[in-house]
Design a binder for this molecule. Structure first.
Ligand code: BG6
Length: 490
């Protein structure tokens, strides 16, 4: 591969995200030759660090990945630190001068990528100054990478977007949804469109319902401060879950490229029924984890976690039913659920096919099980398809079996991390696996109704579920009242 010429500027360079995700991903790209000599990184944050101190921090963050000290030393020599106050105009002038120096030194050809790895309230100020202080010159490619959360409601997201688009066009903005960088999420399109046997069944004549589960076994860990202002609905459903849902529901794009895929995803999101307050109340439920014991471990309740209000009404679990009002999906519920402190970490999509209306085996007292296609996103990655066969032996009995494929651990160990894939996409200018404004906007419109309905109820007791279980009874009732159950097989 031809290595890239580019200057990165990181806002929030001393933060956790930069250390956990950014530096390791850049190092991986470096090891693969995507980045070689013609790149430089300016890290900025308020703290007064020296280049040497910064390089040490970067080195620590990549130490598990490095094969030799010289390779790592060469990599970190491309890093420069600039103490920066995002509200101070003079600091952008300093930044511009440093950028020009590095552009010269590393022949970065005016290409620039800006990472905003800090709280969204600063995004507007930063991008405004990048433009007003002429750090943006239009000479090479200029792209901006933005971390979640992208707003906390439609209105705040719109406000944020309006401020960004004063300096950057939609094509220059890369909104990260790290699930879109995951191998098996990217595989959804392969499963759907490279297999006529599935694509021909992918509609309401053959599919009974779709189930999307994003379960986590961890609690809020040390993110209580952020999480308590967010909750499962905004933290997971608005972004990751709706992104996945739109990939499953979209029509076949005319071409397999960014423009056409996004067009179809947006159409699918727009076809999702926007509930009234009463419908939201009936179709979505929330809950908080209570203390629990699992595998002889004791877990504290959400309200007892650090930095969480003891009277918090933030949900750590949300589940609900989306309906899509178009020809393909009319009448097919899309059930979704996501929560912390569930039994296990497991992200899965289940496509539950319809029963045969005419059961040939009824007289034998045999009922075939519904066929289920499962896409395992993580931690195991693969597919399974349940089929009914004949039980071996005398007589005739049905026996449900599964065709199953899992990627092996060697493959998983070598496959690039989601972030690494996404950063390479940024360098290639490919926004396919990023969230676009129209997607985020529609997702917020759908979520706002639920959020407001829940928010207006400040007194009823919030349902709870014991830590390390699959959620509250209400989540099971939600399907039961439709005559269905959650499908969850190992
Ligand atoms: C993040 C959420 O977007 O996704 C976290 O903010 C969550 O709360 C995380 O834990 C899950 O991501 P992954 O890749 O570990 O499944």
């Amino acid at each position: 591969t031809e290595s890239k010429s580019v200057l990165f500027t990181i806002f929030g360079a001393t933060g956790d995200l930069a250390k956990r995700k950014l530096y390791p991903s850049l190092f991986r790209l470096y090891k693969k030759g995507e980045l070689a000599e013609n790149f430089a990184v300016i890290g900025t944050a308020r703290r007064p660090w020296t280049d040497d101190f910064y390089r040490d921090v970067v080195l620590t963050s990549i130490k598990d990945l490095m094969k030799s000290k010289s390779e790592a030393d060469n990599f970190i020599s491309h890093f420069y630190y600039q103490s920066h106050d995002v509200g101070d105009v003079a600091h952008y002038v300093t930044l511009k001068n440093l950028g020009e120096k590095l552009r010269e030194k590393y022949s970065t050809q005016g290409n620039q990528v800006f990472f905003l790895a800090m709280a969204p309230q600063f995004f507007g100020t930063i991008t405004e100054h990048l433009k007003s202080e002429n750090i943006l010159t239009g000479e090479g490619f200029e792209r901006i990478v933005i971390e979640k959360p992208f707003g906390t409601s439609y209105d705040t997201a719109k406000e944020l977007n309006d401020s960004l688009t004063k300096s950057f066009t939609e094509e220059q903005i890369f909104r990260i949804d790290h699930y879109l960088g995951k191998e098996m999420i990217q595989s959804v399109s392969a499963v759907r469109f490279a297999n006529p046997i599935f694509e021909s069944l992918w509609n309401n004549r053959h599919i009974d319902n779709v189930q999307i589960t994003f379960a986590e076994s961890i609690g809020v860990e040390d993110r209580g401060g952020y999480y308590d202002t967010s909750g499962a609905l905004k933290d997971m459903i608005q972004n990751h879950v709706l992104q996945v849902l739109s990939l499953i529901a979209m029509e076949k794009p005319e071409k397999f490229d960014e423009t056409h895929i996004v067009q179809e995803k947006v159409k699918a999101l727009k076809a999702i029924r926007k509930y009234t307050a009463d419908e939201a109340q009936a179709n979505f439920i929330r809950a908080q984890y209570a203390a629990g014991t699992f595998d002889e471990e004791n877990y504290i309740s959400y309200r007892d976690e650090d930095s969480v209000s003891t009277t918090s009404r933030t949900e750590t679990f949300a589940a609900g039913k989306f309906l899509i009002d178009n020809e393909r999906w009319a009448g097919v519920p899309f059930y979704v659920r996501s929560g912390k402190r569930m039994t296990e970490k497991g992200t899965r999509i289940n496509i539950i096919f319809k029963k045969d209306v005419d059961n040939l085996f009824a007289e034998n007292d045999e009922t075939p099980e519904q066929n289920v296609l499962t896409i395992y996103i993580q931690p195991t990655e693969g597919f399974s398809l349940s089929v009914n066969g004949k039980a071996a032996g005398q007589g005739f009995h049905l026996d449900p079996m599964r065709l199953s494929f899992r990627h092996d651990s060697e493959f998983l160990g070598n496959s690039p991390e989601a972030y690494e894939k996404l950063f390479l996409d940024v360098l290639n200018g490919d926004g396919t696996n990023f969230s676009h404004w129209e997607e985020a906007a529609r997702a917020w419109e759908l979520i706002d109704v639920i959020r407001k309905t829940w928010g207006s109820d400040t007194s009823s007791e919030l349902p709870t579920y014991k830590a390390r279980t699959m959620g509250p009874q209400e989540a099971f009732d939600l399907l039961e009242k439709d005559g269905r159950t959650w499908n969850w097989q190992p």
